[in-house]
Ligand binder design. Sequence first.
Ligand SMILES: [Cu+2]
Ligand SMILES: [Zn+2]
Length: 181
Amino acid sequence: MLISGKVSGLTEGLHGFHVHEYGNIRGSCKSTGGHFNPFNTDHGAHDAKVRHVGDFKQMEADADGVADYYYTDQQATLMDGKANIIGRGLVLHAGEDDLGLGGDAGSLANGNAGARVACCVIGIDQAPAEDSTRKSRKSREMQWGDKVDLGVTWSTKVRAMKEDIEGALKMRLGKLEPTYK
Ligand SMILES: [Cu+2]
Ligand SMILES: [Zn+2]
């Protein structure tokens, strides 16, 4: 799955970025629970052998607070199976993720990435307007070449697009406004 987007308004540096267990942002981003971890493993880097399905690559913001994000994840999917992330939460953190190497219990659970500065629910929406050829499609079943809009909450918009026969998906993040704790 390809995940790309530009996020602004961040502090300079690395920010933990994960899929969390629940697609629930009532009250605060805390309602999303812990990291999405369907295989019951320890937390780790996105490219580590041991990681949560929800452990995406960190975002890195420049001096202007802008993170340009482009990342291909090898575990999370929008296809059927335990690693399907539809209906889960997406959370961006205030701090750097220690990738499970911090040597304490928090590190193995969540990477000690600190406060949750932005979150959204990964859901299904109608096809984006620019996709005129698929606009009229009414079936909810995902088919080859379909575009699927993923979750919209507050100022956050996430979109996914099925790209090839192996189910690679492109997910675009709109501007995440880190005003929520
Ligand atoms: Cu997280
Ligand atoms: Zn994790």
